[in-house]
Design a protein around this ligand. Structure first.
Ligand code: HEC
Ligand code: HEC
Length: 423
């Protein structure tokens, strides 16, 4: 009993220390893409809080033709790179989607990919700085969005993987994510599921194996492409009415005084908002050097918080994480605390921010940049105090909020149409 209470406390605590994320949602309005089982948590810190979650049964979705983006990428995005040995087909995408939402792919039938990459939360996870995996185990980094991963040459915050096909085996096998003991055990697990009978054969002409599992999941992820935002319609579509004056001013600041565009790049034909490179903003340095906190203020229920010893909070984790960023991949001292520049598309949907989820809202991110990041011996030279006024920060926020793609609701609805395997 004691253990169960501690366990419950830890869950509540992890969710609670994050604080409310409402400020990060564009203009304080709940985007349509958040309709469904997810909970916007607006006002969770107040006693009068009422949830607007729906039960899983109540969620409804409509399947859509996700493959249209292959012929016509959304405005503002380049053609989707597709590897020659894994052309995208309807059967692969359907199978990949089924796998993505299937909790039976984890060692104890509890965790699916979609539980950390939640469709209505921008395929990221808004509730936790860093997700919780199998058996309540802590995960080291913030869950990034799956939108537009098709364009990434380096996957993960430190860029340790280069192909979506290969990437899937990391969460499937990690003992704090989906907990499968081996590749073979994962394949056998899928072979035992009768509702997969014939699906791999139809998509690939062969059974589930180390390659076809990755190829199916990658095919689904590859078509989760989202652009045609207000910004795109204004910048690439020449529609003057698509962007508010504040967002237009924000984009100017993004290019000039803010210096953001040198890393979050925008070209004349398309914008990925990432240079695919790695930079030190000081976030990782700060996390490494910060003295451990003894106690944390924890929101246990709406309107009720207590101070709790961090030892109790750590009980879900088995280790204290260290994170040196790109250095872990290259071993080069200059790469310490460098992380990949994330895309900023759909950024209003994917709080909290940075590789460790340590910044709760976009306003916090802008204040962080405005202060000049966290100084350290390998800080990127472009991260320096910016002298932005509050009004300029508001304009930048309006710009960032204009980067939400027009098709996210359609993609979320399509995701709801997928059966939750093992539910
Ligand atoms: C327990 C939570 C969790 C589960 C389950 C999970 N992921 Fe992730 N995912 C993460 C985290 C955290 C990262 C970033 C890790 C890092 O950078 O070291 C990530 C990174 C990724 C990335 C790279 C994105 C980028 O921007 O580089 C992809 C793609 C991805 N996951 C797909 C999947 C797929 C497919 C599955 C299921 C087979 C899955 N994930 C299961 C938490 C999870
Ligand atoms: C030197 C390159 C560089 C510059 C300049 C820069 N960024 Fe970043 N940005 C990064 C990197 C690297 C990260 C990821 C840091 C991490 O994960 O710890 C990041 C993260 C972010 C994030 C969070 C993304 C997420 O998904 O968590 C936002 C928002 C952001 N930057 C906006 C801006 C804005 C606005 C500016 C200008 C004021 C700016 N950036 C300037 C490199 C840069």
């Amino acid at each position: 009993m004691h253990i169960r209470i501690r366990y419950l406390l830890s869950w509540l605590a992890i969710a609670a220390v994050l604080g409310p994320f409402s400020a990060s949602i564009a203009n304080g309005d709940r985007p349509a893409s958040r309709q469904g089982p997810g909970d916007a948590r607006d006002g969770y810190e107040q006693a009068g809080y009422r949830t607007d979650s729906l039960s899983l049964e109540a969620r409804q979705g409509e399947e859509t033709d996700l493959l249209v983006v292959l012929d016509t990428p959304p405005l503002g995005l380049p053609p989707i790179p597709v590897p020659e040995n894994n052309p995208v087909t309807v059967d692969k995408v359907r199978l990949g989607r089924k796998l993505f939402f299937d909790r039976r792919l984890s060692a104890n039938n509890t965790i699916s990919c979609a539980m950390c990459h939640i469709a209505e939360q921008g395929f990221a996870q808004n509730e936790l700085r860093t997700p919780v995996g199998i058996e309540g185990k802590s995960v080291r980094r913030n869950a990034p969005t799956i939108y537009n991963t098709a364009y990434l040459s380096h996957l993960f915050h430190g860029g340790r993987e280069s192909s979506l096909e290969n990437q899937v085996w990391q969460p499937l096998l990690a003992d704090n994510e989906m907990g499968n003991l081996s590749i073979g055990a994962t394949i056998e697990r899928i072979e035992r599921l009768e509702d997969y009978d014939g699906l791999f054969e139809r998509a690939f002409g062969r059974k589930a194996d180390v390659q076809t599992i990755g190829m199916a999941l990658a095919s689904y992820e590859r078509v989760l492409v989202s652009g045609d935002s207000s910004f795109d319609r204004w910048f690439y579509g020449n529609d003057d009415s698509a962007l508010s004056p504040a967002a237009v001013r924000g984009f100017e600041l993004f290019r000039s005084k803010g210096g953001c565009v040198s890393c979050h790049t925008v070209s004349s034909k398309f914008a990925l908002f990432t240079d695919s490179d790695f930079h030190n903003t000081g976030i990782g340095y700060f996390a490494t050097m910060r003295p451990p906190e003894e106690e944390l203020e924890v929101l246990l229920a709406p309107g009720h918080s207590e101070r709790i010893e961090t030892d109790v909070l750590r009980s879900t984790g088995t280790q204290t994480f260290r994170d040196l960023g790109r250095y872990e991949v290259t071993g080069l001292p200059a790469d310490r605390w460098r992380y990949r520049t994330p895309s900023l598309r759909n950024i209003a949907l994917t709080a909290p921010y940075m590789h460790d989820g340590s910044l709760s809202s976009l306003r916090d991110v802008l204040r962080f940049y405005n202060r000049g990041g966290v100084p350290n011996e390998v800080l990127d030279a472009r991260i320096r105090p910016l002298g932005l006024t509050d009004a300029e920060i508001d304009d930048l926020l309006a710009f960032l909020a204009s980067l939400t793609g027009s098709n996210v609701d359609v993609i979320v609805s399509d995701a709801y149409a997928a059966p939750i395997g093992g539910g």
